[in-house]
Design a binder for this molecule. Structure first.
Ligand SMILES: Nc1ncnc2c1ncn2[C@@H]1O[C@H](COP(=O)(O)OP(=O)(O)O)[C@@H](O)[C@H]1O
Ligand SMILES: [Mg+2]
Length: 144
């Protein structure tokens, strides 16, 4: 486990870059739960990851569309999938998004905000990042 304190968006960008570099390809998709309250920085962290992956289109929060897919320029994470489960209930709707198919593909990096809402269908082995609001410009990120 590693805890970092970010004092700016630049710090968060740097931590996202370091975190991404620490990942290796798995047999299936890399699934990441972003835990933390509203405003803790889950979407901001995802946007930072997207930037590191060479995604140029803006990654707005998918709250109203639930799921967004992006093609990347990364050597093995060919696709970033950003899911906001805030309005999802018990994973049933995620099943409707064909989550199982996404999980089978080792080229997918799947970042999920509000993973608590879909824990029934999240593999036990998913990576966990805990995001925490400290003050206006400070956030804490804990990588498990
Ligand atoms: N050091 C920091 N790291 C990340 N975000 C920060 C930081 N300081 C301030 N912020 C701001 O905090 C807010 C986090 O919002 P957001 O990422 O949407 O949170 P969440 O998705 O967890 O609800 C953004 O407006 C962002 O600009
Ligand atoms: Mg968010």
């Amino acid at each position: 486990m590693k805890t970092v304190v970010s004092y700016s968006l630049e710090d968060t960008q740097k931590f996202a870059k370091e975190w991404l570099a620490s990942l290796s390809q798995r047999d299936e998709a890399t699934i990441v739960g972003l835990y933390g309250n509203l405003g803790a920085g889950k979407t901001t962290f995802t946007q930072a990851v997207a930037r590191e992956l060479g995604i140029e289109e803006p990654t707005t929060s998918p709250t109203f569309v639930i799921e967004k897919l992006y093609q990347t320029k990364h050597p093995f994470f060919k696709r970033l999938i950003h899911i906001d489960a805030y309005r999802l209930d018990a994973g049933r709707e995620l099943t409707a998004l064909d989550f199982e198919t996404l999980v089978e593909n080792p080229n997918n990096l799947i970042l999920i905000e509000w993973p608590e809402n879909v824990k029934e269908i999240l593999p036990e082995s998913h990576l966990k990042i805990r995001c925490e609001f400290v003050d206006e410009t400070t956030r804490k990120f804990e990588f498990e």
